[in-house]
Design a protein around this ligand. Structure first.
Ligand SMILES: [Zn+2]
Length: 269
């Protein structure tokens, strides 16, 4: 027996997602006109936890009603629906809930704020700079106090680069510019894509480290089971800061972000 969503639940999921895929790296429009005055739909109401035993992310501890509930659904395009079900170990319930939450916030924001007619590359790079002028990127990894906060900051930054919306830890919108897709200069676009790739690499590695319990916290400092891991986080984030500095400088914005000892500098939170 499959715990399928009702037609009404599917409709609400689609509407709440603004008829767009909720994957932050996709955001494909899922509905549109055909040429017979009808509508084409390429969206899918995906189950976060599978509708039947043996399915992706199936959870036997939740009830049938919970499985059919809107809280267990996420609106995606057909490609992304296939993607998440093909690799459920990577696309976990937690990750999908995060996509859904961020995307619905993004749509709610768009709904309340009519689109600005144009945005310049310089305004975009100013926003991107802001995303990285944060402790998650400027503190040595051994001084990061909480791996969940760091992980969340990395994920939020990936979303912010795509949507142009950066959330503070309490869910407030910090900025409301546009994302990478609105960049006009191809050099800036390429640079930002490189940064996004590095962020994804950091995020993947963190997920593995967290799963394998390889972070140790000692008196508010991080320790690692080997120096290579520690080096990786600092080197990868330094590379991001180097790229963003160069991109900003090319637009006449002075930027020299780098990883600095937190106890010697005042940082913006
Ligand atoms: Zn998609």
């Amino acid at each position: 027996m499959r715990d399928d969503f009702t037609k009404k639940t599917i409709q609400i999921l689609s509407d709440r997602a603004g008829n767009q895929c909720s994957n932050p790296n996709c955001n494909q429009i899922t509905q549109g006109p055909d040429n017979k005055n009808q509508c084409i739909n390429i969206g899918v109401a995906s189950h976060i936890s599978a509708a039947s035993p043996g399915g992706p992310r199936y959870n036997s501890n939740i009830t049938s009603d919970e499985r059919k509930d809107i809280n267990n659904g996420i609106w995606l395009c057909q490609n992304c629906a296939k993607l998440i079900d093909s690799d459920p170990e990577y696309y976990t319930c937690e990750l999908l809930q995060m996509w859904k939450e961020s995307h619905e916030k993004f749509i709610a924001y768009e709904l309340a704020h009519p689109r600005k007619s144009s945005i310049t590359d310089k305004q975009l790079i100013e926003f991107f700079l802001m995303c990285f002028t944060r402790p998650a990127f400027t503190h040595p990894i051994v001084q990061e106090g909480n791996n969940e906060d760091l992980y969340r900051a990395i994920c939020d930054t990936i979303v912010a680069l795509s949507t142009g919306i950066l959330y503070s830890r309490d869910g407030r919108v910090i900025e409301n510019k546009k994302g990478i897709n609105y960049i006009k200069s191809s050099a800036l676009k390429q640079g930002m894509y490189n940064i996004r790739d590095i962020l994804s690499t950091i995020k993947d590695r963190m997920e593995t480290e967290i799963k394998e319990n390889r972070f140790f916290s000692r008196e508010g400092n991080y320790c690692f089971d080997n120096k290579t891991t520690q080096y990786f986080y600092d080197a990868a984030r330094s590379e991001i800061l180097l790229i963003i500095n160069n991109l900003a400088n090319a637009f006449g914005i002075n930027s020299d972000l780098s990883i600095k000892d937190r106890y010697n500098y005042n940082h913006m939170y």
